[in-house]
Design a protein around this ligand. Sequence first.
Ligand SMILES: Nc1ncnc2c1ncn2[C@@H]1O[C@H](COP(=O)(O)OP(=O)(O)OP(=O)(O)O)[C@@H](O)[C@H]1O
Ligand SMILES: [Mg+2]
Length: 365
Amino acid sequence: MATPRDAPRLTRIRYVGDGLVMSAIFTFDFNGGCFVTVLASPTDEAGGEALVPADYQFDESIEGKILTELTDLTWGTVEEVMTKKKEIKRLEQQLGELVADVCRPTMHRLMHTPIPEAQTLEDYLYPQTYMLQVVTDSAGDNLACRTLDGPGHAGVPELHPPISDERLRGMGLDLEATDIPVVKPPQIILNRRLQGFVWKVTIDGEEMICKVSIDAFEYAIGDELAAYLKIRSARVKLRVPELKGIVQSHRGVIGILLGYIPHKHHNLRALLAETSTAVSSETTTELRYKWAAQIRGTLEELHSLGILWRDIKTDNVLIDENGDAVVLDFGGGNTMGWVDPDKYGTMEGDEQGLLKIMKALEVGI
Ligand SMILES: Nc1ncnc2c1ncn2[C@@H]1O[C@H](COP(=O)(O)OP(=O)(O)OP(=O)(O)O)[C@@H](O)[C@H]1O
Ligand SMILES: [Mg+2]
């Protein structure tokens, strides 16, 4: 259940522009609102100049010094920036706290009511959004917060991109004609966040899993939907969750709904890592051989439908409440240590991952 938060939570920092010093945009969650807060550099070539007064002395300003320090740190080759990663993170964190402190009274004034307990996917993904700017006050010795009109500097980031119409057509999905329920974010009540953008949700009283797109892995949700649609149209019963619905926001298709698989352990990796004697009866040799056969069989069936698992690992296997293995997560992603990068996304890669799962299950091959 979502709990009201009394402190702004920094969710993201972006740098914009291409000038000498970049602007930085801090995004905060507060009381269910989203606050996109800019520290503007007039040299950022992305609109920073429009945000500062004509006689503005950037170099003398507090934000000027902060942005110059940040830009200096984040400037350089990828290797150079990597070596400074810790320092950058520390500075960003510190700045996030400073910016949050400056903006807290404004955030409180604009969003003074804590989020309701039954938060919907709509509340979470598309909160009321305000644009703020943090700028040195006219006396020149303190930072102040001011509200900006409209979406402002470089706009609000699109964090949950929709699957393109072209891709949906490629999957043979016609939203007008499909018999798969198409569900809107306000109908989806969030119960618990399981991981990243995966929640346990309730829709019309039924518990399900909801997964939505994220900009950093733009293609993942489309890949996953395509896999589930193939399984569904093959009308075969596989040891995978059932596709229960498609999530359509005002932007388009951004997520999928899956049948909830009741389970005790977060995934097979977590179960195998348990050393307590309490679970030894849950991982007997007999059970492990059964799971090995179920996983191998499921992978063969997926392959026969032309679906690759790709992100094959014990994290993506659930043991359900009947003690049977269920295969999850067709969104791609390659986790270090499972499939060699040059084999990823091939049959050979899936075979390599399967061998590692068998090894983790200690079943011999
Ligand atoms: N159908 C389901 N029923 C019950 N639990 C599920 C179901 N699908 C996923 N989960 C739980 O959510 C976790 C994450 O799901 P999944 O692996 O599909 O997402 P992910 O893409 O790995 O997320 P991230 O991208 O954040 O790593 C699983 O390990 C499992 O604990
Ligand atoms: Mg996963």
